[in-house]
Design a protein. Sequence first.
Length: 386
Amino acid sequence: MNNFYFYIPTKVYFGKNQVEKLPGCIREFGNRVLLVYGKDSIKKNGIYNDVVSQLKKSDIFFIELSGVDPNPRISTVREGARVCKENNIQIVLGVGGGSVIDCSKAIAAASKYDGDPWDIWAKKAEPKKALPVGAVITLAATASEMNKNSVISNPDTEEKKGFGHDMLIPKFAIMDPAYTVTVPKRPTAAGIADIMSHVFEYYFIEVPGATLQDEFCEGVLRTVIKYGKQAIDEPANYEARANLLWAGSMALNGVSSRGKLFDGLLHSLEHALSALYDISHGEGLALIIPYWMDAALSEKTMHRFARYARNIWNIQEPDDMTAAKRGIEQTSKFYKQLGLPQKLSDLGIPFDRFEDIAAKSMRGDTTGNLIVFTKADVVKFLERMK
Ligand code: NZQ
Ligand code: ZN
């Protein structure tokens, strides 16, 4: 097992009616709140009323910033930082999916930074301070409620970039699975693919001795597949939503991954697609994953892919290469069943900017770790997904 650093300061309140804990959580940091949310989902499903009534009954002052887009924009971050600075805000509270929580973290950092916030995501500046962040998560996918990442898009430069810092890890997370029952089929399915991708980014690179991490990864995958399908078929099933929500956190809060190696190709390529075409993160990943698995399968990796096929999809096949191929087919079939895209054209992505997509997906001269792609390799890979 590799050496690692592990830090999660998030107080998690998981289960029904946990929103009642909100005032106590907030008061540890002050009583002036920026309440950040997306479009209208939290107003339609009652979460907005729950949150606001808790704030009002505890005399907590709050200002609202609504309209955060899926793939949150740097313009929203600028606006949020301005509001925080002008109103002496003490804590940023995000109520929504990963986009809202990521945007809340970005606002928290930007409100303590004097330059243009995009400097932080463009890696031109490292913020030294940030406001504390709290999360009421409403969608199982990113684990943003328990991690340090904030992914922000800049349509002017056609970039989508991540920044992570310990000070941005939410101080608390209210995780009520009942808040996720209204997530429609499409974002539920996208969330399932995203959670699985977070595991895949670590699982397929074998690290000798990282036994517990591999077991965690497989547990998360089996849970997401079982309960994800159930949540799609029976959206109001509380146990299905609860397992999906907690599995999402475990996939990217470090529990399943510390001590392993990160691949990164799935996310660097998906972020490039989202940057150019504003697609759903999870849908982009669902498209890429089976092609990536195919590309990564070799004599060297077949043992791990066969383990995946047997332990996740229960494929009883003694030959490693055959089992591995069947595991990949099963993955693709599962995404198809969930209504997830199979080709670039399913996402409305034209075929005229493969060079740009490839350039944006590079981390230096290459991208990936399980398989290492140059720009030319990414272009060829995109050709396969037409
Ligand atoms: O805008 P609202 O009304 O909030 O509607 C949202 C949005 O349309 C809706 N929704 C959320 N909760 C709902 C609901 N609808 C009904 N009932 C509810 N309870 O779902 C739609 C998608 O929401 P979004 O927050 O965009 O989804 P997700 O959680 O998948 O977040 C995606 C963003 O997170 C980034 C992605 O790149 C993308 O920008 N990521 C963040 C990561 C992190 N912080 O660690 C890691 C990920 O790999 C990812 O990159
Ligand atoms: Zn992701």
